[in-house]
Design a binder for this molecule. Structure first.
Ligand code: SF4
Ligand code: SF4
Length: 446
């Protein structure tokens, strides 16, 4: 739903077969309306792209019907897999109108090969949904990602319309409609400088008022240079060390945007929600991160690209057909080409993109390599690796201290959850191996 594309390596040779040929699976987040949006959230990282990508002045690009057909056809042709997932994002994709997405579904049916299932997900700010939209989304089995930042006061602090008024009421109307029409949906909540201070208010609101079927939390991390400078092109000299005050959003000389979450606030946010979930809500409330970590502690790769060893399988498509390595790397340096000129699979499985995906693991600094929780984090998303370790090594994740704090806190409970359900515990300080190695199992009280 977010940038959390599959975290498998980008290879074609090994792996499963489909229809007698090597399986080929990739994922694109398409932005058919580019950065255009009907509201104006202060922290939106995407609105600035219009300038950065040098779209013609006055031209609000959108993928017209000819381009749309070309995209749908070539995206399907680029894959050989039982399920093809289309993701629609923006800006605000519902601004394109319902008829645009009726056309999407019609084109998908036209080009869908036998034996393949096509699914769609749609990311929305929830301000334009009505009965007709929800009927359509339910009928065509769309998965909706709904942006909501918690109770009204927290949501309306940043998620405002162009007149500066909050959008919470409109979003809650959409929540009611999504439930009424049984539309599949997940909530996406930005963890910023305000929501991070109110974890339980946010969590309980999503659980009790929104009745969110799946909660996704996104830490808001934006160095002030993010609008103009592509990740990994930062100068080493400009990277503050972990713990430096300039990393505190709102601090006098901060290099961060004021709305960002701090590393420790991120860890505390996760801990507060995790404790409440582990005590009361396991099996009842689905939190994407926690479900994924349960798998990780069991010994599987984290299914989320940000926390797995490899990435690069979630590309981003601009309305003019330009394809980028990732939704967070929509910068000229990471443009792979245009789908009018090059085949999508040629770009997605190119050596350039493979290098991008493997770099997540290959470029881990020594603090990550020696970390007890590398298996759960893998240095998180490279876009956030813009600080130095306390020893001065560059390329550390801005959120590192928060991640570590959370993992150290949740380690025992993840082991307990797995053991109680009869699953192996492969990782962490309470793994099956660690328990066996201990002189007495009684050293481990769960
Ligand atoms: S850079 Fe990699 S880890 Fe980060 S969002 Fe993109 S694909 Fe995921
Ligand atoms: S917790 Fe910190 S040191 Fe450990 S893997 Fe994650 S970013 Fe690296």
């Amino acid at each position: 739903m977010t940038s959390n594309a599959p975290s498998e390596p980008i290879t074609l040779s090994a792996g499963p077969q489909f229809k007698g040929k090597p399986s080929k699976r990739l994922h694109i987040m398409a932005k058919p309306i580019g950065a255009a949006c009907n509201i104006d959230c202060n922290y939106c990282y995407y609105l600035s792209k219009q300038d950065l990508l040098e779209y013609k002045k006055g031209c609000s690009p959108m993928m017209d019907e000819v381009a749309l057909e070309h995209y749908i056809k070539s995206y399907i042709e680029a894959q050989n897999t039982p399920e093809i997932i289309f993701s629609w994002q923006g800006g605000e994709p519902t601004m394109l109108g319902l008829s645009y997405f009726e056309k999407v579904v019609q084109l998908q049916q036209q080009y869908c090969p036998d034996g393949v299932l096509i699914s769609n997900d749609l990311q929305t700010n929830g301000t334009l949904l009505d009965d007709k939209w929800c009927q359509f989304l339910a009928k065509n089995n769309f998965l909706v990602g709904l942006s909501i930042d918690g109770p009204q006061m927290l949501h309306d602090a940043y998620r405002t319309n162009r007149a500066g008024r909050g959008t919470h009421q409109q979003v809650m109307k959409s929540v009611a409609l999504l439930h009424q029409y049984n539309v599949k949906f997940a909530t996406l909540t930005c963890v910023n400088n305000l929501t991070s201070q109110n974890p339980l208010e946010v969590y309980r609101f999503l659980r009790d008022e929104v009745k969110s079927p799946q909660m996704q939390f996104i830490p808001i991390v934006e160095p002030s240079s993010f609008r103009t400078t592509a990740p990994q092109t930062w100068k080493d000299d400009d990277q503050p060390r972990q713990g430096d005050k300039r990393l505190i959003p709102g601090h006098r000389n901060s290099i961060m945007e004021s709305w960002c979450v701090t590393d420790h606030a991120w860890g505390n946010f996760l801990i507060a929600i995790f404790d409440e979930w582990a005590q009361n809500d396991i099996g009842k409330v689905f939190i994407q991160y926690f479900e994924a970590w349960v798998e990780t502690w069991m010994g599987r790769n984290n299914p989320l690209c940000t926390l797995g060893p490899f990435c690069g399988k979630g590309l981003a498509l601009e309305p003019n057909g330009d394809l980028y390595s990732c939704d967070h790397y929509v910068y000229p340096e990471y443009k792979m080409g245009n789908i009018q000129d090059r085949k999508i699979d040629a770009m997605a499985f190119s050596s350039q993109q493979q290098e991008f995906g493997f770099a997540k693991n290959k470029t881990l600094n020594s603090q990550c390599q020696e970390c007890d929780y590398q298996f759960a984090c893998f240095g998180e998303c490279p876009k956030n690796r813009f600080i130095k370790t306390k020893q001065g090594e560059p390329g550390l994740n801005y959120l590192c201290a928060g991640w570590y704090k959370f993992f150290a806190h949740a380690d025992r409970t993840f082991a307990y959850i797995l053991r109680a359900s009869g699953y192996p515990v492969k990782h962490g300080k309470f793994s099956d191996h660690a328990v066996k190695q201990a002189r007495s199992p009684l050293n481990f009280k769960f």
